[in-house]
Write a protein that binds this ligand. Structure first.
Ligand code: G
Ligand code: G
Ligand code: MN
Ligand code: NA
Length: 253
């Protein structure tokens, strides 16, 4: 409860900041996008991981405010970068959307409204959702995605392979990318089933016409494996950690 109050105060005080982790095209080595990740520096406890405060925000209902804050920071940043003449990479900036946010009645309207208010084109924005959005009625979720996609926003399915994705469900959802969870990437070279799972995901994505981004790439051997299997893009400590805005801007053309 104490931490919940601290999170509410941090949201009031602007203490939730956004860092950006670059995503790279595996064939050309060019930066093709980035993922926005929330960071909380607590005055006494130091850095608190989003793995801790995002679930807390979900439980306490603060997730909508957290999500709005992250989205508004990203849109402000996009506007600034564009005004400064930076080319925003083609996959745009990805924002994580948690299931409870996605399900909120006014969430979709809030996205449309903020794009207009901040003067940012929808195609600069990518939203990362998880399979848990399927907790919602499949048709309702698919309609929501389709209406946002009509504004140019694209969608990635995050943490792919960790849930219950069935081909039938995925086929019903208008998605653009799947992200291979880092737990699979970390098993490359282990000689167990990890590589086979990645190959199966790549085959499935190709069948569905989806691009694939592998996350948590830490070694050249992992990158080589993914490149050799025609995985489209990668993200991970091998290339760059999540970076503050000025550092990621230095990587933009
Ligand atoms: O940045 P890090 O790898 O520590 O993130 C841990 C988890 O927190 C990841 O699952 C990530 O998706 C999630 N996360 C980070 N930032 C946000 C955010 O702004 N919104 C939501 N919903 N989740 C986030
Ligand atoms: O669930 P999601 O994909 O949003 O999680 C992204 C999280 O993964 C971020 O918290 C980010 O800090 C973390 N991350 C990014 N690259 C790497 C990596 O190469 N190795 C590890 N262990 N974590 C990473
Ligand atoms: Mn993510
Ligand atoms: Na993930």
């Amino acid at each position: 409860l104490e931490l919940e109050q601290a999170l509410a105060d941090a949201l009031d005080g602007g203490d939730i900041q956004v860092v950006y982790q670059p995503q790279w095209d595996l064939a050309s080595g060019r930066m093709v996008g980035m993922e926005a990740l929330a960071r909380w520096e607590h005055p006494e406890r130091g850095a608190i991981s989003p793995a801790e405060f995002v679930p807390l925000a979900e439980r306490s209902g603060l997730i909508n405010r957290l999500g709005d804050s992250v989205l508004e920071q990203v849109l402000t940043q996009l506007r600034e970068w564009e005004a400064a003449g930076y080319a925003i990479p083609p996959m745009g900036v990805a924002v994580n959307i948690s299931p409870r946010q996605f399900a909120a009645l006014d969430w979709e309207a809030g996205i449309h409204e903020r794009l207009r208010r901040f003067g940012v084109a929808g195609d600069r924005l990518k939203l990362e959702v998880t399979e848990s959005l399927l907790m919602e009625n499949l048709a309702t979720a698919a309609d929501k995605l389709a209406r946002l996609r009509a504004e140019g926003i694209c969608f990635a399915l995050d943490d792919f392979g960790t849930g219950y994705s069935s081909l039938a469900y995925l086929q019903e959802l208008p998605l653009d990318y799947v992200k291979i969870d880092r737990s699979f990437v970390q098993r490359i070279g282990d000689g167990d089933a990890g590589e086979g799972i990645i190959e199966a995901v790549l085959a499935m994505a190709s069948h569905l016409g989806l691009d694939v981004i592998a996350e948590g790439v830490e070694t050249e051997a992992q990158a080589d494996f993914l490149r050799s299997r025609n995985c489209d893009a990668g993200q991970g400590f091998l290339w760059a950690r999540p970076l503050p805005p000025a550092e990621v801007a230095a990587l933009l053309p």
